[in-house]
Design a protein around this ligand. Structure first.
Ligand SMILES: C[C@H](O)[C@@H](O)CC(=O)C(=O)O
Ligand SMILES: [Mg+2]
Length: 475
């Protein structure tokens, strides 16, 4: 470890509720989430020296309120701790964050508490990379295999991949690493875009955006489906007409269907040659995904999923039962970088390509690091692999992704690319930021602090409560 991490101690942690009103333009909309306001809980870890860790977890609006509280409840686990000692045994830090006995009861390792762990763990990895003065992908690439696997909690996955196997896997990829790194620096990692295909966009907007992306050289596109079959057919037909037969079309149902419905619906969309159907059904239904995948493979359609798979155990089952053709890790959904690493390693074992999910705020910034590490150190191939790209909210990041020739170029600044501009935070912190104040004043959004029923005076459920904060739960 770089000597600069010696005597560095975590002095404090702040978490802020940052929201962007993206639902106004239907950016990010899909069959299940028609009105997402791209948001994040923004965690800042302060130390006794200048270096700070920035970590985010993505939500689509009010979920921030819950994640924020979970971060506060977990913060005592890392505040006051020594960095060097934490990074010497990072798996134990992760285990401590996921094992708080009382909070664990409302998980475990899933949902709100796990999203909170994700933000905190991402902030710690950002801090680690900054202390080492490397972008996160390079920190991972340069780490000795033993060290890298020591950051992962192997509980529950050792039946498909042991720590020792993972070390061997990483060692076996050492030859050619330098060459792959140089190649990455020169050409970057290929991307596809979802930015033309949100469900709430009008036909005119989809057509215009597709043409604009095509003119810039984009060749792989994803659109949302799942609300109305006839409408999906119409939209897929238009997209195919615009992009032509040779370019890639992917479709995403965001969990809209039952298993049988997914199979039937996709048979109808098969003539438009989608490469994959993403999230055809419930993210928890491993065997359901398998049924869909088995039925659609003969039609040349793969199944992709993962953006809402809650932890490494679900990924283990999806991979071991051959229920998915594309593994879509998400940088925040599982417990941050450490758990994501274990999913990449399992995907390698089962020879399943990883194509990260990035439709959200800050996800493009984060997943590029992970996928670049995968190419250099884990899979050693980009075949059948591609990173999602969306184009909004980039201006709020200090060191945003750099796209050249439709490829992500490796970040050069140390850290995990998660830091946002203070001005953006001041504008979009909910509900106090200036942008939100303006939206409330113009009546575009309702200020949640106004016009709430006052349960203390009028209410019945909580009038007996001796804790006035109990009413907060009754918004
Ligand atoms: C609500 C989000 O925008 C979601 O639709 C993103 C997604 O599914 C994707 O990018 O894939
Ligand atoms: Mg998706």
């Amino acid at each position: 470890m770089n000597t600069s991490s010696a005597n560095v101690r975590i002095r404090g942690l702040s978490a802020r509720d940052i929201r962007f009103p993206t639902s106004l333009e239907c950016d990010g909309s899909d069959a299940i989430h028609p009105d997402p306001d791209y948001s994040c809980v923004y965690v800042l870890i302060f130390t006794n020296v200048e270096v700070k860790g920035h970590g985010i977890t993505f939500t689509i609006g009010r979920g921030n309120e819950l994640v924020l509280e979970a971060v506060k409840s977990l913060s005592h686990i890392i505040v006051g701790r020594d960095l060097k000692e934490m990074f010497n045994d990072f798996a134990s830090v992760w285990r401590a964050l996921t094992s708080d006995s009382q909070l664990r009861w409302v998980g475990p390792e899933k949902g709100v508490v796990h999203l909170a762990v994700g933000a905190m763990v991402n902030a710690l990895w950002d801090l680690w990379a900054k202390v080492e003065r490397k972008p996160l992908w390079k920190l991972l690439v340069d780490m000795e295999p033993e060290k890298l696997v020591s950051t992962i909690d192997w509980r529950y996955i050792g039946d498909v991949l042991t720590k020792e196997e993972a070390v061997e896997m990483l060692r076996s990829m050492k030859p050619g690493k330098e060459k792959r790194e140089k190649e990455m620096m020169a050409h970057g990692y290929p991307a596809y875009t979802t930015a033309a295909g949100w469900l709430g966009y009008s036909q005119e907007k989809i057509e215009r955006l597709l043409k604009e992306f095509m003119a810039k050289g984009w060749r792989h596109f994803k659109i949302k489906v799942g609300q109305d079959l006839e409408d999906d057919k119409r939209r897929c037909k238009i997209v195919r007409e615009i992009i032509g037969p040779d370019m890639t079309l992917m479709v995403d149902a965001n969990q809209k269907w039952d298993v049988d419905q997914a199979i039937e619906w996709m048979k109808e969309l098969a003539p438009y040659k989608p490469k994959w159907i993403e999230e055809p059904t419930s993210p928890d239904d491993v065997l359901g995904h398998k049924a869909v995948a088995d039925a659609l493979r003969p039609l040349g359609i793969g199944v992709a999923t993962g953006e809402m798979a809650q932890n490494r155990v679900i990924f283990k089952q999806l991979l071991q039962s051959n229920a998915i053709d594309y593994c879509q890790i998400d940088a925040c959904r599982v417990g941050g970088v450490s758990e994501v690493l274990s999913i990449y390693l399992m995907a390698k074992k089962f020879n399943t390509p990883v194509c990260p999910h990035a439709g959200g705020v800050g996800l493009c910034e984060m997943v590029q690091h992970l996928q670049i590490w995968d190419y250099i150190s884990v899979s050693g191939t980009m075949e059948d692999r591609i990173i999602e790209y969306v184009d909004h909210l980039v201006e709020h990041f200090k060191y945003p992704r750099v796209i050249k020739n439709c490829c992500y170029m490796p970040p050069k600044i140390s850290g995990y690319s998660t830091a946002m501009w203070e001005e953006s935070l001041r504008q979009y912190e909910f509900p106090y930021g200036s942008a939100w104040k303006d939206l409330f004043e113009r009546g575009i959004y309702k200020d949640p602090r106004k016009g709430l029923p006052n349960y203390i005076e009028k209410g019945h459920e909580v009038e007996e409560s001796i804790n006035p904060t109990a009413v907060l739960a009754h918004y």
